[in-house]
Structure formats: structure tokens, C-alpha cells
Design a protein around this ligand. Structure first.
Ligand code: NAD
Length: 379
């Protein structure tokens, strides 16, 4: 456990920020092999909510760094979506293809339950809805399970829809109308979210450049393009960054907007679902100086959060749809606030969220278990 032996294994920036976190819990269960970390960043607006990522992190410090970054990001995402939840996240250290078992997820559920309603979780990269059906046997604090288990089902559906509304808002600002047709989009990643975004764009009459590591997904979207009569051009690896498209739509991994890729971009805007697209916040300034409009990722991809947080009030597809459509107005407001205040769009979005979080802090300094029934109809 390198972190315990070398607490300075954390990057200095996160070490300084560590005091911002309300609670960080290390979970070990020798019987099932579970090694997990739960990080609760801020519960001023309500209990923490955030998915559970499973990855074979090489060191405990890397797992801790990831969970802290992601938990803090969730505080901003909750504020941007204006839901009564705070930021949290969890990670399980292990290889999702070989190390999982139902017992491991039950053990994880017990640790989540021990937080007594301060943290709600569900799927993220490396975990599935089915994994959380096992965790649900030990705690009610699970969201995003299949509908037959009382959950709201696949969150990639509203996430993809939110990306589409963010693209419309981006087009409106760039081109004066929010029509998706007749424009071209470079989509990196055709997984659960990216494929749905690609399909919708083709149906609207847009042209696509696409990349994915999985050939089957590339073949499938090519067939879809033939059906809709629009262009689908497959690009290999890094070619996606220099695609001659109107908008780059990252829907795979984070950190892809960095010193190296930013120079290659020929697009007018970046708007996609991937979490933590900018390697550093400074990349927001670089994009702006190159005249590339950036739709902040945590607003663009908030449709999934909107759906799972809505579950706790009793799911309503109409309500989720209405709130997801509102991503259009949030992105538009961030673009105009950035323009008015001479900020990057990242700064404008952060400022909007920080004002909301401060206002909630003035009302509640932290979330208490005895207020839980007000939020979660299932308790
Ligand atoms: P996914 O695992 O279903 O899909 C990711 C796809 O990206 C896969 O098909 C994979 O082959 C491809 N990929 C990976 N690395 C690549 C690379 N270098 N180049 C091209 N393709 C690559 O994941 P998802 O659920 O679709 O999520 C995509 C992104 O959106 C992730 O960053 C995720 O954190 C974020 N996100 C997802 C949701 C959701 O509801 N699923 C919500 C918010 C944010």
C-alpha cells in the first residue's frame, strides 16, 4: 500500500486540496478480495452521489488520486445540474474482467450502507448495473439498477441525449442556429454513450468522423450511415484529433485535450461525454486562444446524473427528459457568461457552480442522516 507507506505519493495539488474532502473511507474485505475507496467531497447540497469505477490501479496512491478528482468533479456536476446532492465517488481496485464476484459487490454494498445514507453509488467504468444488483441486497443507497429492480435503468440514454442538447447549444452559439444537420462531428469512442450520440446525429442528417478500438462498433455505425445516407468516415487512433469536422465529440477517455492534441484540432468546438476531457484547467485557455469553443464536460454529460438522482424522488421519465433538455440552457448561459465576463467557458462554469455550492453551504453546513427521508422516498 504505497500511499500508507508514502503519504506524499499524492500529487502536491491534491495533497493541498485533501482538506476540502469531508470523508474518505478505505474499505478492505479479505474474504472477497475487495479493496475500495469511497471519497465524499461535499454534502452541503445533500448526500453525496457518484459512481463506482473498477480499475487495476497500479498503486493505492493512483486509486486515491482518481477517486478524489472524480468526487470533486461530482460536486460541480451536481451543482451544475441543480440537484440536491453533493459530490462523491468510489473506486474498486481490481481488474473488472477477472477480479469481480457477486460476493465482492455485496461486501462493497455493506461498506456503502455503513455510511448511513451519506453516499449513493452505482455503475461507472468497469462496473455494470448487474454488479449493483448484488450490492443492492446490502444497502438501499444504490442508484441506476435495471428497471426490474426498481432502478431507472441505463443512464447512458439520458447522458447521450444531454450531449445532443449541448451540441445544439454549441451550434446555436457558433452558427446562429441549433440545427445539427449539415454539420460534421468527430466522435472519439462509440461505446454506450458515443454510439447513441452518433446514431442520433446520423438520423438528423449530420456527417461523422469516428474512431473506436472496437472494429465491430465501427462496422455497425458504418451500416447505420448507409441507412441514413450520410457520411461516416473511420479514422484510426490519433487521426481523430485532426479531423476536418465542425465539432470534436470526445466520448471515450479523459485527458485527451492536452498540449499535444490541442495543436492538431481543426474543429470550431469541443462538446462530448468523456469525464475530465481537459488534462488541466489551463487547457481551457489554450482552446479559447485557438478560437475553439469548449462546452464544459460536467454539464454536457450530466444527463446520467439527472436520471439517477431523480430516482430517489420516484422515477419520472418526463421529469428526466425536461431536466436533460435544460442542459441546452445551462451550456448557453455558460457561453454567454464567459463572453460577458471575459472568462474561459471552464471558468464561467466553475464560477456558476461555486456560487451555487456557497449558497447551499450557507443553508446547510453538512448533510445529516436524519434528513434522509426527505430526499429518498425508498427509506
Ligand atoms: P464505454 O466504456 O461504454 O465506451 C467507451 C468507448 O470508447 C469504448 O467503445 C472503447 O472501445 C472506446 N475507446 C476507449 N479508448 C479509446 C480511444 N483511445 N480512442 C477511441 N475509442 C476509445 O463508456 P461510456 O459509458 O460510453 O462512457 C464514455 C465516456 O463518457 C467516459 O469517459 C465516461 O466516464 C463518460 N460518461 C458516461 C456516462 C454514462 O452514463 N455512461 C455519464 C457521464 C459520463
Amino acid at each position: 500500500m504505497s500511499l500508507l507507506e508514502h503519504p506524499m505519493g499524492l500529487k502536491s495539488e491534491l495533497l493541498t486540496e485533501f482538506s476540502e474532502f469531508e470523508q474518505v473511507v478505505f474499505c478492505n474485505d479479505q474474504d472477497t478480495g475487495l479493496r475500495a475507496i469511497i471519497a465524499i467531497h461535499n454534502t452541503a447540497a445533500g448526500p453525496a452521489i457518484g459512481g463506482c469505477r473498477m480499475q487495476p490501479y497500479p498503486t493505492m496512491a493512483e486509486a486515491l488520486e482518481d477517486v478524489l478528482r472524480l468526487a470533486k468533479g461530482m460536486t460541480y456536476k451536481c451543482a451544475a445540474a441543480d440537484v440536491d446532492f453533493g459530490g462523491g465517488k468510489s473506486v474498486i481496485i481490481g481488474d473488472p474482467s477477472t477480479d469481480k464476484s457477486p460476493e465482492m459487490f455485496r461486501a462493497f454494498g455493506k461498506f456503502v450502507d455503513s455510511l448511513n445514507g451519506r453516499f449513493y453509488t452505482g455503475t461507472d467504468m468497469g462496473t455494470t448495473m448487474e454488479d449493483f444488483v448484488h450490492a443492492l441486497k446490502e444497502t438501499n443507497c444504490i442508484v441506476g439498477t435495471p428497471e426490474m429492480y426498481g432502478g431507472s435503468g441505463d443512464s447512458s440514454v439520458p447522458t447521450a441525449m444531454g450531449v445532443i442538447y449541448a451540441l445544439k447549444a454549441t451550434n446555436k452559439t457558433l452558427f446562429g442556429n441549433d440545427i445539427l444537420a449539415g454539420r460534421s462531428y468527430a466522435i472519439q469512442g462509440l461505446g454506450k454513450v458515443g454510439y447513441k450520440v452518433a446514431e442520433q446525429l446520423l438520423e438528423e442528417g449530420a456527417d461523422l468522423f469516428v474512431s473506436d478500438l472496437d472494429e465491430r462498433l465501427l462496422e455497425k455505425i458504418t451500416l447505420k450511415g448507409k441507412e441514413t445516407g450520410t457520411q461516416v468516415k473511420i479514422l484510426k487512433g490519433d487521426e481523430i484529433y485532426s479531423a476536418e469536422a465542425d465539432v470534436f465529440v470526445p466520448c471515450a477517455v479523459g485527458g485527451i485535450i492536452n498540449e499535444e492534441t490541442i495543436e492538431k484540432l481543426k474543429v470550431r468546438a469541443v462538446a462530448g461525454s468523456a469525464n475530465n476531457q481537459l488534462l488541466h484547467q489551463k487547457m481551457g485557455e489554450k482552446l479559447q486562444s485557438r478560437g475553439i469553443l469548449y462546452a464544459p464536460d460536467y454539464i454536457t454529460n450530466s444527463g446520467g446524473l439527472i436520471q439517477v438522482s431523480d430516482e430517489l424522488y420516484g422515477s419520472s421519465k418526463d421529469r428526466v427528459l425536461a431536466k436533460t433538455k435544460a442542459i441546452y440552457y445551462s451550456i448557453t448561459e455558460v457561453f454567454s457568461s464567459a463572453e460577458r465576463n471575459n472568462l474561459t467557458t471552464v471558468e464561467a462554469a466553475n464560477r456558476m457552480c461555486e456560487e451555487r455550492i456557497e449558497s447551499r453551504k450557507r443553508q446547510n453546513s453538512f448533510f445529516l442522516h436524519n434528513r434522509r427521508p426527505k430526499w429518498d422516498i425508498r427509506h
